[in-house]
Design a protein around this ligand. Structure first.
Ligand SMILES: Cc1cc2nc3c(=O)[nH]c(=O)nc-3n(C[C@H](O)[C@H](O)[C@H](O)COP(=O)(O)OP(=O)(O)OC[C@H]3O[C@@H](n4cnc5c(N)ncnc54)[C@H](O)[C@@H]3O)c2cc1C
Length: 646
C-alpha cells in the first residue's frame, strides 16, 4: 500500500526547521545557473518564489494568465497579514500564533508546518518593510497592528484595506528586478494546460498562449504550482473571476494527491447576494470586526418589518438588538473565527431574524465605534472599505449599519505537499493557496498572505535546493521528447472535443448550475443526503457540459469562452471531489459542518479517533472513483480538544 511520507524533520518542534536548514543539500552558484525552474502563478506565492529563486541564481520561467503579474488575485486581499512580532506587547509569541492557527484549523493541520509558518512570520514583515511596503504606522512611527478572528492579541499588520495590493507591489518590484536582469523570463497571458512528467519527475508544462490560442512547450528541472484556490467552483465567490483550479486538477490527473478538497472557507462578512444576474461577490474585510458589532433584531416582528421596508435599523433601540456573537462567545465576541461567525449568522437568518430584502443578511454596525473614536479615526482605518460598500449598496455605512452575509472565500484543501512543499510527484512543488498545507479545516484571517509569502520567500528557496542538488547532472531536455508531444496531444484533443460540442448552453449558465448545487448541498452545512444529492446533480451537470456547451470562435485564437470552458470542466471535477470528500468525512470540523455531527449548542463535533488525518485523494483514471490515502495527524505539542471561544 502507498505510504504517505510527509518528511517531517526529527527533533523538537521548535528546532525542526533550523535542523532542516542546517542539514539540507545546497546547490552551488555555478550549478544554479544551469537549472531551470518553472513557477506558475504571479500572486503573492508565485511572485515571491520566482523573485527569490532568481535572486539565488536559478533560471526562472514565470507564467500568469493576466496581462500583468500585478493583476493576480492576491491584489484583492484587504485586511492584513499576521506575524508574531508582539509589538503591542499583548502576550503574543511564535508559539501562540502556532497554537491559534492549529486550534483555528480545528486540529486538522500538520503541526510541524504550522510551527514553521509562525516562526518565519516575523521575517516576512521585515522583508516587506525593506521592500517599502507602506504598512500602517502608529503616531510614534511604529508599525500598527489590529486583531483578526480566532486571536486575543493584535498581530495583524495592514495597509489600510489594501494590504494584498501593497504586498504584491513589493513582490512585483523584487520580481521586476530579476526580469530586468534576465534571470526571470516572464510569460503573461499564458495558461498552463498540463504538467509534463518524465520518468516519474516533473519536467515541464504545456501552456496555451491566450493571445494566439497556440499550445507551447516549456522545460524545467522543477515545476512550482502557485495558481491559487478553487473557490470559484461555487460560481459566486469573493475570488477574482480568473481564479481557477485547473492547474491543480492537471497535477491530480498526473498523479499528485488532492488533499482535503472539502475544506472550503465561507467568510462571514460579504455583501449579500442581491440578484439573479450576479457573477461576483464582494468581501467586506474581517478587519471591520475589530470595531464593527454584529447584530440582528431581538424580535422577529422587527426583522419582518425591516424586510418589508417598514422599519430602519437605526430605529431599533439598543436593548432590542441581539449582538449574538457577543452573547454566545463572550471571550472572543465579534472576533470568533470565520467558520463560527458564518454558522452563527446562518442560524439567526434560518430562525427568521435575518434582515435585508431577502432575510439573508445581518448587520455590521459602526455607530458605537464612531461615537467612541470619532468618524475620522474610523475613516482612517477602513475608509476605502466603506467607500466600496457605499458604491455597491448605495447606503452610507457611516449613517446606517452595513448588511453582510457569508460567502465562499478561500479553499484550505489543495495539492498535497510534504514538509518541503513537494507534491507526490517528484520535482513538482505547490505553494500558497494552491497547496493544502497549513490551515487545517478552517483558515484564520490574515494567515493566507502569511502562508503565501512564507512559502515563496522563506520555505521553497531552501527546500527546492534539497531536490535540485540531485539534479545538477540532468541536462536541459528537449521539448521534442515524446512525453512533451503526448501531453500536448492530449490537451489538443480535449480542446477539440469541447469546441466540437456546439450545443446550446453558455459556459456561464452551466457554471452557475454547478454553483447552485455546490452552495445548496456542499455549502455551509452538509449532510449525507445533501452530499449524495450533490453527487447526483454534478453528474447531470457534467453530462450537460460535455453534450450541450457552446463555444463560439476558433481554438487557435483569442477565445475567452474557451478559456472559461476549460476551467469549468475542471470545476465540475473538483465539485465532485469536494462532495465525495465531504461525504466520507463523517464528522464536523472547521468549515466542514455535517449537520449529523454537532454539539448540543450547535458547534462542530470532531471525531478524532476516526478522522484525525489528511484525506489524500488519488486519481485512478477517467470515469473511475479516486482512491483515498490517509496521512495521520500526530500532535506532540498541543492537546487536541473541543474548540472553545466562549
Ligand atoms: C477579497 C479577498 C480578500 C482577502 N483578504 C485577505 C487578507 O486580508 N489577508 C489574508 O491573509 N488573506 C486574504 N485573502 C486570501 C488571499 O488573498 C489569497 O489566499 C492569496 O492572495 C492567494 O495567493 P496565491 O499567490 O496563492 O494565489 P493568487 O493570488 O490567486 O495567484 C494565482 C496566480 O496563478 C496564476 N494562474 C492561475 N492558474 C493559472 C494557470 N493555469 N496558468 C498560468 N497561471 C495561472 C494567476 O494568473 C495568478 O497569477 C483574501 C481573499 C479575497 C478573495
Amino acid at each position: 500500500m502507498t505510504q504517505i511520507n510527509s518528511k517531517i524533520p526529527q527533533g523538537p518542534l521548535a528546532q525542526k526547521w533550523s535542523n532542516y536548514k542546517a542539514s539540507q543539500k545546497l546547490v552551488n552558484p555555478a550549478n544554479k545557473r544551469r537549472l531551470d525552474i518553472i513557477v506558475v502563478g504571479t500572486g503573492l506565492a508565485g511572485a515571491s518564489a520566482a523573485a527569490s529563486l532568481a535572486e539565488l541564481g536559478f533560471n526562472v520561467l514565470n507564467f500568469c494568465i493576466q496581462d500583468s503579474p500585478r493583476r493576480a488575485h492576491s491584489i484583492a486581499a484587504q485586511g492584513g497579514i499576521n506575524a508574531a512580532k508582539n509589538y503591542p506587547n499583548d502576550g503574543d509569541s511564535v508559539f501562540r500564533l502556532f497554537y491559534d492557527t492549529i486550534k483555528g484549523g480545528d486540529y486538522r493541520a500538520r503541526e510541524a508546518n504550522v510551527y514553521r509558518l509562525a516562526e518565519v512570520s516575523n521575517s516576512i514583515i521585515d522583508q516587506c518593510v525593506a521592500q517599502g511596503v507602506p504598512f500602517a504606522r502608529e503616531y510614534g512611527g511604529l508599525l500598527d497592528n489590529r486583531s483578526f478572528g480566532g486571536a486575543q492579541v493584535s498581530r495583524t499588520f495592514y495597509a489600510k484595506g489594501q494590504t494584498g495590493q501593497q504586498l504584491l507591489l513589493g513582490a512585483y518590484s523584487a520580481l521586476s528586478r530579476q526580469i530586468s536582469k534576465g534571470s526571470v523570463k516572464l510569460h503573461t497571458r499564458y495558461e498552463m494546460m498540463d504538467v509534463v512528467v518524465i520518468d516519474g519527475k516533473a519536467r515541464g508544462i504545456i501552456a496555451r498562449n491566450l493571445r494566439t490560442g497556440r499550445l507551447e512547450r516549456f522545460f524545467g528541472h522543477a515545476v512550482v504550482i502557485a495558481t491559487g484556490g478553487y473557490g470559484n467552483t461555487f460560481f459566486l465567490s469573493t475570488n477574482a473571476m480568473g481564479s481557477n483550479g485547473s492547474a491543480v486538477m492537471q497535477c491530480f490527473r498526473k498523479g499528485a494527491y488532492f488533499a482535503n478538497p472539502c475544506y472550503a472557507q465561507i467568510h462571514p462578512t460579504c455583501i449579500p447576494v442581491h440578484g439573479e444576474f450576479q457573477s461576483k461577490l464582494t468581501l467586506m474585510s474581517e478587519s471591520l470586526r475589530n470595531d464593527g458589532r454584529i447584530w440582528v433584531p431581538k424580535k422577529k416582528e422587527d426583522a419582518e418589518a425591516i424586510r418589508a421596508g417598514k422599519l430602519k435599523p437605526i430605529q431599533i433601540p439598543e436593548d432590542e438588538r441581539d449582538y449574538y456573537l457577543e452573547r454566545r462567545y463572550p471571550a472572543f465576541g465579534n472576533l470568533v473565527p470565520r467558520d463560527v461567525a458564518s454558522r452563527a449568522a446562518k442560524e439567526r437568518c434560518d430562525a427568521g431574524f435575518g434582515v435585508g430584502a431577502t432575510g439573508l443578511a445581518v448587520y455590521l454596525d459602526f455607530s458605537e465605534a464612531i461615537n467612541r473614536l470619532g468618524r475620522d479615526v474610523v475613516e482612517a482605518r477602513y475608509g476605502n472599505l466603506f467607500q466600496m460598500y457605499y458604491k455597491i449598496v448605495d447606503e452610507d455605512p457611516y449613517e446606517t449599519p452595513m448588511m453582510i452575509y457569508p460567502a465562499i472565500h478561500y479553499t484550505m484543501g489543495g495539492i498535497w505537499v510534504d514538509y518541503e512543499c513537494m507534491t507526490s510527484i517528484e520535482g513538482l512543488f505547490a505553494i500558497g493557496e494552491a497547496n493544502f498545507s497549513d490551515h487545517g479545516a478552517n483558515r484564520l484571517g490574515a494567515s493566507a498572505l502569511m502562508q503565501g509569502l512564507a512559502d515563496g520567500y522563506f520555505v521553497l528557496p531552501y527546500t527546492i535546493q534539497n531536490y535540485l542538488a540531485d539534479e545538477i547532472r540532468t541536462p536541459r531536455m528537449s521539448t521534442e521528447l515524446t512525453e512533451f508531444a503526448q501531453a500536448e496531444g492530449a490537451v489538443q484533443s480535449r480542446i477539440q472535443k469541447i469546441m466540437a460540442i456546439k450545443g446550446n448552453r453558455s459556459v456561464d449558465s452551466i457554471h452557475k448550475q454547478l454553483g447552485l448545487i455546490m452552495w445548496e448541498f456542499v455549502g455551509m452545512s452538509r449532510s449525507k443526503e445533501s452530499l449524495q444529492e450533490a453527487l447526483d446533480g454534478i453528474i447531470q451537470v457534467k453530462h450537460e457540459f460535455w453534450t450541450n456547451v457552446f463555444i463560439p470562435g476558433e481554438s487557435e485564437d483569442l477565445n475567452v469562452e474557451l478559456e472559461k470552458a476549460l476551467r469549468v470542466a475542471d470545476f465540475i471535477e473538483i465539485g465532485e471531489l469536494m462532495a465525495r470528500d465531504a461525504l466520507h468525512r463523517e464528522e464536523s470540523c472547521g468549515g466542514h459542518f455535517r449537520i449529523e455531527y454537532q454539539t448540543g449548542d450547535g458547534e462542530a463535533l470532531r471525531d478524532d479517533d476516526n478522522f484525525s488525518y489528511v484525506a489524500c485523494w488519488k486519481y485512478e483514471g477517467d470515469g473511475k472513483e479516486p482512491s483515498l490515502l490517509k496521512e495521520p495527524l500526530v500532535y506532540e505539542s498541543v492537546h487536541m480538544q473541543q474548540r472553545n471561544y466562549k
